[in-house]
Design a protein around this ligand. Structure first.
Ligand SMILES: [Fe+2]
Length: 249
């Protein structure tokens, strides 16, 4: 049986892609965005960007900058968690394809890259080739502390737009990861450069000044990071705070 992701990639409705728009979506946080009408408007703005066709005209992600102003890493994580909860509620209420009887929950994790329990993903390192997560509807990322390494540039790719424009078959562009628990849809390495340059955005090394919200539904985006080179492992830190909505069962 065809997976929902495979069906989204094979959909006959042509994906609109505007490279300029995709590579410039950044919002500078203001002090009054935390409360009242401004906060409600910020939640709307994030949802507008996350909701891709047919749920909306969004591009599939939203980047908030300026989060570290007056906030520690822990306070940014807290702010991100609260905002994420509100975004999910509104996202769900807007997405008519998410049937009311389906049950979801928000999970929150803090992951130390290079130090991840091996039983979790089969590697001490987070998964970095361009991919979609197996069972995540939307997610948020806050990185930090991040020190002692080169590379690790976070990126997003509109893999459906790349796939449709290139005229590739599903198996030509995509493969599956070989993790023990959850196999992920992965863009084949030979397509990385063309896809990230033509249909993606590189965010560079992220820190806790930025909160990245991503749509991971079958119609959403692929995410990943470039190779990491840690010159001094004793002074290495790449911590990722993540909120994700998963479906129960
Ligand atoms: Fe992932």
């Amino acid at each position: 049986m065809m997976s929902a992701r495979e069906a989204a990639f094979k959909s006959s409705s042509k994906r609109r892609f505007d490279r300029q728009l995709f590579s410039t979506q950044t919002y500078q946080l203001r002090p009054d965005d935390e409360t009242g009408a401004a906060r409600e408007a910020l939640v709307d703005l994030v949802v507008d960007h996350l909701a891709t066709y047919p749920d909306g005209d969004g591009i599939g992600y939203f980047l908030v900058e300026g989060a570290s102003f007056g906030r520690s890493v822990e306070q940014v994580r807290e702010f991100s968690r609260e905002l994420f909860g509100a975004v999910w509620e509104r996202f769900r209420s807007r997405c008519r394809r998410i049937a009311p009887e389906r049950e979801f929950f928000c999970a929150e994790t803090v992951t130390e890259d290079g130090n991840i329990p091996i039983g979790l993903f089969g590697s001490h390192w987070s998964f970095k080739p361009p991919h979609a997560d197996r069972n995540g509807v939307i997610f948020s990322h806050v990185y930090g502390p991040t020190v002692g390494f080169e590379g690790g540039d976070v990126f997003l790719i509109d893999a459906i737009a790349y796939f449709q424009t290139s005229g590739l078959h599903f198996d030509e562009a995509l493969t599956w990861s070989d993790e023990p628990l959850e196999q992920k849809a992965v863009l084949r390495s030979e397509h990385f450069e063309a896809a990230v340059h033509g249909y993606g955005r590189r965010f560079g090394k992220m820190n806790h000044d930025r909160i990245l919200f991503v749509n991971n539904t079958p119609e959403g985006l692929f995410h990943g990071a470039t190779e990491i080179h840690a010159a001094d492992p004793s002074n290495f830190s790449r911590v990722l705070h993540r909120c994700v909505v998963r479906e129960r069962g």
